[in-house]
Design a protein around this ligand. Structure first.
Ligand code: UD1
Ligand code: F6R
Length: 366
């Protein structure tokens, strides 16, 4: 049921305060700061002892893995890899019994992810699912896992699954990091912000009208570049995917540190650029990249953290200030803003946002 919303996509974007809360419900006790993921609790020690973690997924689910990779590296201090499932099964790379392979999927039915899971199981790795659909193939075939509990996602383009995946994966990282003394203060800070997350998301959703104004400008474009680094690299990839699917406009997410190695040739006054410059540990380098593209004549739309408008305005055509949240969760706020942007551009261009052309909700063929 769409309720008061015109489309499932809009409904699913706006229910994210509740869906992320449901991902944490009964698992994270904010008063005692204790965390229990029933689905993987028995395997936490095995995960901590593993030599590598590999995240394997497609599309939006692949982007959620990219969004949490740095946190796993910090919490676990061992190698973490993020794989596109189709490329993984093309290569069939070496997988060992002391690897942990995490399969992320909203539907739990994506053929490429499922094939990768079967390959890793054949190689005796511990296979963990992070899946929304209970009873789906990936949920059944993994050794153990965590359900997202985000509720059904009807719109073909994935929205609330992304934010619940980031939250579920963040909780797994916190569990894994419990054995690392140096990580404990950081863990407490993240739990505090997980507690606030539904309210933080409500603040982003309240920016809907501002985002609609930006969408009106973007809807006339033929191509949009999105730039970001750190956790915001995952966000620009996800934003570009949403714009392609919903707006049918060419959109490309580019690492802000990589732009000088070629993409800079595309940058000029006329180019539509969305630049994610949230306050994180990469902020000074992000600002330097922003200044470089401004030197080439670009005037991007800048998404930044509250308080940074004055500092970044000289480089921007417009600035959108997002609520402050721990760096580990920043992809949640920026991706929701980009989901709204893509949704509005799609509607302004009269596209069927719930059912983009040529796409299916679950891709059950290779
Ligand atoms: C489970 C119950 C939940 C109940 C709670 C009470 C289900 C689906 N969940 O939640 O209704 O309120 O206990 O303690 O019945 N799994 C996989 N692969 C996946 C996802 C999950 O193997 O991709 C397995 C888990 O290892 C676990 C089971 O499915 O054995 C349920 O997982 P999950 O719903 O995440 O567990 P709980 O949060 O404990
Ligand atoms: C993007 C989108 C797809 C899915 C991909 C994986 O909006 O919906 O890119 O993310 O098909 O699907 P799941 O997560 O079901 O494995």
């Amino acid at each position: 049921m769409k309720g008061d919303y015109g489309t499932f996509m809009q409904k699913e974007i706006f229910e994210q305060p509740e869906s992320v809360f449901n991902t944490m419900r009964g698992r994270l006790d904010f008063e005692t700061e204790s965390l229990r993921l029933g689905g993987i609790q028995a395997n936490v020690v095995a995960i901590r002892r593993a030599k590598r973690i590999l995240f394997i997924a497609c599309g939006t689910s692949h982007h959620s893995a990219l969004a949490v990779r740095a946190l796993f590296e910090e919490a676990w201090e061992k190698p973490v890899f993020v794989e596109i499932a189709s490329d993984f099964i093309d290569r069939k790379p070496p997988i060992f019994r002391d690897d942990v392979c995490v399969f992320i999927s909203q539907s739990g039915e994506t053929a490429d992810t499922l094939n990768a899971l079967r390959y890793c199981k054949d190689h005796d790795a511990l296979c963990i699912g992070v899946v929304n659909a209970v009873g789906s193939c990936i949920a059944r075939e993994t050794h153990c896992g965590v359900h997202l509990n985000a509720g059904p996602e009807i719109s073909v383009a994935s929205t609330k699954a992304f934010t619940s995946q980031v939250v579920a994966l963040t909780m797994i990282a916190l569990l894994v990091g419990q054995s690392l003394a140096l990580f404990q203060d950081r863990s407490r800070a993240i739990i505090k912000d997980l507690h606030m997350l539904p309210d933080i998301i409500r603040k982003v959703l309240a920016m809907n009208e501002q985002i609609l104004t930006i969408a009106k400008e973007c809807s006339k474009q033929q191509s949009i570049l999105l730039l970001g680094r750190g956790g915001q690299y995952a966000a620009v990839l996800e934003g570009a995917l949403k714009i392609k699917e919903l707006a049918y406009i060419h959109a490309e997410g580019i690492h802000a540190g990589d732009v000088k190695y070629g993409p800079m040739a595309l940058v000029n006054q006329a180019r539509c650029i969305i630049f994610l410059a949230l306050r994180d540990s990469h902020f000074n380098r992000t600002k330097a990249a922003l200044a470089q593209i401004a030197d080439c004549g670009a005037k991007p739309v800048v998404l930044c953290s509250i308080g940074d408008r004055a500092e970044l305005s000289p480089f921007a055509s417009s600035v959108l200030e997002l609520p402050i949240v721990d760096e580990a969760l920043q992809s949640v706020t920026s991706v929701i803003a980009l989901q709204l942007l893509a949704f509005h551009i799609g509607v302004l261009r009269d596209n069927a946002v719930d059912t983009p052309r040529n796409l299916a909700k679950s891709v059950t063929v290779e």
